[in-house]
Design a protein around this ligand. Structure first.
Ligand SMILES: C[S@@+](CC[C@H](N)C(=O)[O-])C[C@H]1O[C@@H](n2cnc3c(N)ncnc32)[C@H](O)[C@@H]1O
Length: 256
């Protein structure tokens, strides 16, 4: 366990005082920029907070279902907001990954590409960012976004529900934010992520505390000890990253 890691038994009880944040995210505040194709329909205001609405089996296994499909633009209205920036602290979070210039970094379940500019900057011109998502709509959205933002070191690709589609042994850092709780067969998925890690690489899983005032409903949230246990079973050594995120935990997982 490195110096950046706190004992894994640190479970934070966070006061659920931010109900207003849910309301903010739920009423459809305008995104800073929507990377919308000309033919895309106008987004309806999202009805929930920053939480993936459906993925069939993945959500059934998680004990909850969300039958509604949301467009990339609806996602952007809930994921790419200044209100989220305040608790997500994206630059600070990417700093926790200790990415070196020239490295290859994957963002799995990358959504609208919220983290791409930070990851792109961290790996620099000689590095690569692999953005993966299961939704075609989001993949197209991220491609447009990467192009418009001039992120030439970002490669966007679609992955399967049960496979992150990453090169074997080819990734130095894997970031999974607000997505682990969507996965089905998480231990098997973790083993696939382990296969993608290069020597010395690390996976970072960032997700919501049960008591977070943002994110999915409590029944869909995962206790960090459960995620740690799943990653252990997938063959990782895990530890909690000391962080200053008000709503989330950050788990670092590396190979023994
Ligand atoms: C709440 S969003 C988070 C998006 C992004 N990580 C962020 O923090 O802005 C969850 C994302 O996970 C994706 N997702 C769900 N299941 C997935 C799977 N099995 N593999 C890859 N992506 C998945 C969804 O399509 C969605 O874009």
């Amino acid at each position: 366990m490195s110096a950046e890691i706190a004992p894994r038994v640190r479970f934070t009880a966070r006061v659920s005082s931010g109900f207003l944040v849910i309301v903010f995210l739920g009423v459809g505040l305008r995104p800073m920029k929507n990377h919308t194709s000309k033919s895309a329909p106008k987004a309806r205001p999202p009805q929930q907070e920053a939480h993936a609405p459906h993925h069939g089996d993945a959500h059934r296994e998680g004990g909850h279902e969300h039958p509604v499909h949301h467009s990339a633009e609806e996602w952007a209205e809930r994921l790419d907001t200044k209100e989220r920036d305040a608790w997500q602290k994206p630059a600070q979070l990417v700093g926790m990954l200790h990415i070196a210039p020239g490295q290859t970094v994957a963002d799995v379940g990358a959504g609208t590409g919220y983290f791409l500019k930070y990851l792109s900057r961290a790996v620099g011109a000689g590095g690569r960012v692999l953005a993966r998502d299961v939704e075609d709509d989001l993949v197209q959205y991220m491609r447009r976004r990467a192009e418009e933002e001039g992120l030439t070191n970002v490669a966007v690709g679609r992955c399967a529900l049960d496979d992150p589609a990453l090169p074997r042994g080819g990734v130095d850092r894997i970031l999974i934010v607000n997505t682990w709780h969507h996965l089905s067969s998480r231990v098997a998925y973790g083993r696939k992520l382990a296969e993608a890690l290069a020597a010395g690489g690390a996976l970072y899983v960032v997700d919501f505390d049960k008591t977070s005032s943002v994110g999915p409903p409590p029944e869909a949230k995962l206790e960090q000890r459960q995620v740690v246990e799943e990653l252990d079973r997938a063959g990782f050594e895990t530890g909690l990253v000391k962080e200053d995120l008000p709503e989330q935990y950050v788990i670092r997982a590396s190979l023994p």
